[in-house]
Ligand binder design. Sequence first.
Ligand SMILES: N[C@@H](CCC(=O)N[C@@H](CS)C(=O)NCC(=O)O)C(=O)O
Length: 225
Amino acid sequence: MKLLFANRNYSSWSLRPWLVLKHFDIPFEEELLTFHEPNYKDVFAVKSPTGKVPVLVDGELVIPETVAIIEYLAELFPEKGIWPQDRTLRAKARAASAEMHGGFIGLRNSAPMNLRASFPGRVPVDDVADDLKRLEALWGGMLEQSGGPYLCGAFSAVDAMFAPVATRIRTYVLPVSDVSAGYVEAIYALPAFQEWLAEAIKEPWIVERDEIDFIQAQSAQGKIQ
Ligand SMILES: N[C@@H](CCC(=O)N[C@@H](CS)C(=O)NCC(=O)O)C(=O)O
């Protein structure tokens, strides 16, 4: 089984299934498809049916799309507890994951994942206020119910889905409650996350279009909403 993924510093979707594979100790090979070169789309198009990563390749099977990859892994390894065992918790975890996949657009657009960076105060709080409010309610409710330190108690797929969000809170020092700050800490404390982070920090490549300066300049010109 092989996971194709992109630059660790920037590729938030890549991080999610990689964390699941690594944390749950599933053997896999890695293939890094870097997206800082001008022709990266040509390379991605050959390797990925969607032209995007992550992609999981298992024999003849090629799975693009993060959620489908995680579901496939959960089916292959039911004993690993990739989703919570408890059906109610599992339903909540899946709902939160689906909400993450389709939502939090303000946060995703205004505060791109950039693991090696620290930009306190660079993201106007108004741009992300609604998403932060929703995160507080969602994370707060799940952590209260489970007792933490992860959303459903032990680390599960829903935490992999939210890990890149946690990094945005840290990179841009976004204002959150102590409970949410504690959750961000828990994500950073995860050994699998630390491993990804250590590699991300070593990457030499700058992807201009994923840097906050570029994104804010585009936004000022009305090119990004
Ligand atoms: N819906 C996809 C999104 C994947 C995605 O947007 N991946 C980004 C990297 S984080 C990508 O491949 N971007 C390359 C491009 O859009 O040209 C998923 O859930 O896996």
